[in-house]
Design a protein. Structure first.
Length: 136
């Protein structure tokens, strides 16, 4: 199990054709790889969460393009893709009084997958994942 901190940008975008294209083009132009995306669209606007594989901040690029953005850290966990893994993870974090506030992820199409977590205490969660789940 591999664990690392990554950046997430939460951005408000209009619900119109081409809005997502213009948004993700900013990341491509900066050479930043998007490793996770989730959206919630309501009526004429929406919220998009983008997880990126980059050490440097790109919030200035987003605000410069007129987007309102919030930057947070996520925990990226690469783990076996088999039944019960999310249960195990949620149980360990819950037993250590760590709240999962956002989760999304995917399988890599083989025997592993990636979960992206926003939690109430990132430092404590990293410690727990390393000590109790053998994360590296």
């Amino acid at each position: 199990m591999s664990v690392k901190l990554i950046r997430q940008y939460t951005v408000f975008i209009p619900n119109v054709p081409g809005a997502l294209h213009k948004f993700v083009e900013l990341f491509a132009n900066e050479g930043v790889n998007i490793i996770g995306i989730a959206s919630e669209i309501r009526d004429d606007s929406g919220v998009v969460r983008i997880a990126v594989d980059a050490d440097r901040k790109v919030s200035h690029v987003l605000t410069g393009a007129g987007f309102t953005t919030i930057e947070t850290f996520l925990i990226s966990i690469e783990m076996p893709d088999k039944p019960g893994q999310l249960l195990r993870l949620a149980k360990v974090l819950g037993e250590n009084n760590i709240n999962i506030t956002t989760v999304y992820g995917t399988s890599f199409g083989g025997d592993s997958g990636r979960l992206l977590l926003n939690v109430s205490d990132t430092d404590r969660a990293l410690e727990v994942l390393k000590t109790e789940m053998g994360a590296k």
